[in-house]
Write a protein that binds this ligand. Sequence first.
Ligand code: TEU
Length: 553
Amino acid sequence: MEFQKSTVYQIYPKSFADANGDGVGDLKGITQKLDYIHQLGADYIWITPFFRSPQRDNGYDIADYRAIEPMYGTMADFEALVQKADALGIGVMLDMVFNHTSTEHEWFQKALAGDETYQNYYIFRDGSPDVPPTNWQSKFGGSAWAYVPHLKKWYLHLFDTTQADLNWENPVVREELKDVLRFWKAKGVKGFRFDVINLISKPDVLEDDLTGDGRRFYTDGPRIHKYLKELHRDAGLGDVLTVGEMSSTSLENCIRYTDPQEEELNMTFSFHHLKVDYRDGEKWKLQPVDYRKLKDLLETWQTGMAEHGGWNALFWCNHDQPRTVARFGDTRQHWRAAAKMLATLMYLMRGTPYIYQGEELGMKNAGFTAIDQYRDVESLNYYRILTQEQGLSSEEALHILAERSRDNGRTPMQWTAEPGAGFSTATPWIGLSVDSAGICAETQVNDPDSIFTYFQQLIALRKAEPVVGNGTIEFLFSQREDIFAYRRTGQGQELVVLCNLTGQSISGDFVPLVQDMQRQLGNYPDVKELAQNQLRPYESVVYLREVSPAQLE
Ligand code: TEU
């Protein structure tokens, strides 16, 4: 299936479905739920890492790229999963964490034992114990360097201390990683998501960052395009779907990463639109969503990528983000309308949708109120930093965590209305969302007005109407902060999407825009208000018409 028409469903295995009753989701659980994903209409599933790992960062700390972490199951379970997915026409995408390995990986263990060949797999620097080689900061807080006393050396870790950065300048490392890709391709894997792949190329000389945390030296680094081309060529990435997770990237680079002629990746995740509620650009400082900025960023990326042959992954959330409806919509009176509107806004743009487990049900944030409810290493680190280093009270820090913690997206998937939400028969590894009542797959799959059913219709529309996959995009009402609207054109069709971003009714010249068009979707059951040039709170509507080439002029 062409990636332009495809939809990807993201699974965080730990929190998806627990088949063996130990409180942790597993591969068998995923296999059991493939019919549900098929019913939704997704073409691919991206499963976040389930490889052997000490789980400091829930699998993003990989100790063996070719082995399955026992709590998730066995290789036979994985093969059964791929077989069933194949039968349903669903491609399996794996998450390749190639910027770093766990410090428990055999390579790092050999490096620690003094083997220089393996020390050269990582970024080690000599130095005295009290002065790190540079002042770079870890993304999870604190210095990006850790000292190994018996070696008298520091190693670089852009994330947790147990996630040591690999040395991509070493060609042997690159060969090792290509082999990992070949291994999984041979198992029938149809795509790869590359974790923070734009951070892999570090400069030859590492120096202090006098104006920032170091990211400007290694983000979209010096040899990044060369390395991606090499991976594409040598691991045969041309016949699978590829998406790169790009941390703090630029539009120019994302165009290059995804321009088909460059032969690097099919598409990229960029995160600028998910920082519009960061005060001073800082994740741990709250501010209300700046919708003006959100609109500008989405428009810039849509238009910029389209003009230069790039391709966006379309997404509102993932396992690192708060829940979409809580962050950008409304969790109370207009919960259902807001969840549907946000899906409409994002997933009919030009790009490939990535729906994160539970988003199709309108799942809400965790609602945790005590630090011992949190599991995420980043959240726990920042709680300490906020309270011990920045002087916030525990209440203030917990308030920030409740908005920002990655655990908001990691609470168990809500399958049924039973206690435990049908995720597990045991106590789950992380608590359910406190707002889970009344939100579950079991009731939504058979309800024609549910968020699930709406997602189903939206995905079906993408597949049925060629303009969604291949049309151009033009934004309407660019100057207005209360409405997000656009027109897609191409393939002999025209599609208009109007979304009210607010909890109030808004008015405008909406009717002329959709004259002679057929209504395809709406998150309110009737069309009454639009006829009066109004959109109700969080209302969204989608109209389509067939056009002859002459009419398009
Ligand atoms: O995330 C990369 C990343 O930088 C973030 O989304 C990060 O969680 C956030 O910016 C911190 O504020 C990827 C994975 O998606 C994430 O789960 C891993 O923890 C991280 O890489 C390290 O592998």
